[in-house]
Design a protein around this ligand. Structure first.
Ligand code: UT7
Length: 316
């Protein structure tokens, strides 16, 4: 499997830390120092579906394929306005693909998990070309009265088209059941029978616990995938890590003992766009011709669950 096209899309509205400080007890200094975030793009007059379609169309166009050549559509999303049907069904018609698809929810690690599924589908002969779309609107499930989570997130979508090749080398997935570290409970309808009613509540997070687990588990995932492929950390050209917090990236970097220039970031501009963060970063790096044939690339992400995942590519 190899990447043959990428695309990304961001909402038109840019919101700065100073903008947030007009209604939250926070400051640009606190947010920049603790997270690295300066601005984020938030949905205002467009929908998540628009972003998903734009990113997907750009990726298909970059791949040189026509939409009808896509054999499978994998969509990664944590939550959107529709509980059913899935986001893959909603966008299928607008991007002109005719193939089946499915939605996955592996929180911010959705992209790396989707890559594993795409690779397995190709190896099984089930698909030649797979389109992955990661589309996220975390701004819609944060509590905007609270400063602890709302400052972290941004909305966005990233997409990749995958085709035959030998670039995808290996993947390692981790799941540690720990709901309380990060969760969003949705409202469910009242039944005449149930004793306990869940009313739903916005995103809840134990930031410090999540921070610690993210650094240690992500570093372990990366080390595991490198070990299995007999590749040393210094052989890797770029580490494309989930853009959740610059200090988390720094923590992983210091465990791996690798120089800063191998860890590109765009969290400054976009905040944490959940599972879309790595495909958006990848799309930007390819657009800037930063990735060359033969480069060894690690991707690694973590999120609610607790889940984490890492994979290794040798770019073709
Ligand atoms: O995709 C996964 C999603 N989530 C994450 O990856 C989040 C992982 N965790 C983190 O990134 C960090 O834990 C945070 C950025 C969320 C918080 O940073 P921290 O260094 O762990 O800060 P803290 O929660 O310990 O808070 C330190 C202080 C507290 O005040 P006191 O108790 O020291 O007086 C907070 O009340 O900073 C205060 N604080 C804020 N101040 C200004 C918390 N949020 C804010 C804020 N603005 N937005």
């Amino acid at each position: 499997m190899k990447v043959i096209g990428t695309g990304s899309a961001l909402p038109s509205l840019t919101v700065s830390n100073d903008d947030l400080a007009t209604f939250l007890d926070t400051s640009d200094a606190w947010i920049s120092t603790r997270t690295g975030i300066k601005t984020r793009h938030l949905l205002s007059n467009e929908t998540l579906y628009d972003l998903a379609v734009e990113a997907a169309n750009k990726a298909i166009s970059a791949s040189g394929l026509t939409p009808d050549q896509i054999d499978f559509l994998l969509v990664s999303n944590v939550a959107n306005e529709h509980i059913t049907p899935g986001l893959s069904c909603i966008i299928q018609k607008r991007i002109g693909v005719t193939c089946p698809g499915l939605d996955i929810n592996v929180a911010c690690a959705g992209f790396v998990n989707a890559l594993m599924l795409a690779d397995d589908m190709m190896k099984a002969g089930r698909a030649k070309y797979v389109l992955i779309v990661c589309a996220e609107e975390p701004s819609k499930y944060c509590n905007w009265q609270e400063r602890d989570t709302s400052i972290l997130f941004g909305d966005g979508a990233g997409a990749v088209v995958l085709g035959p090749g030998n670039a995808f080398k290996n993947v390692h997935l981790t799941m540690i059941s720990d709901r309380d570290v990060l969760y969003y409970e949705r409202h469910m309808e009242k039944t005449p029978f149930e004793q306990k009613q869940v009313e739903g509540q916005p995103l809840m997070m134990k930031g410090k616990d999540l921070f610690r687990t993210a650094v240690s588990e992500s570093a372990k995932d990366v080390q595991k995938v490198l070990e299995e492929e007999k590749v040393s950390a210094s052989d890797v050209d770029y580490y494309l890590l989930h853009q959740a917090n610059k200090r988390i990236i720094e923590g992983i970097r210091s465990i791996l003992g690798q120089p800063e220039e191998k860890f590109p970031t765009n969290i400054e501009k976009y905040g944490n766009t959940s599972s879309a963060s790595i495909p958006i970063l990848l799309d930007e790096m390819l657009a800037e011709n930063k990735i060359k044939k033969g480069d060894k690339i690690v991707m690694s992400a973590f999120g609610a669950g607790f889940v984490s995942a890492a994979c290794l590519w040798e770019w073709e």
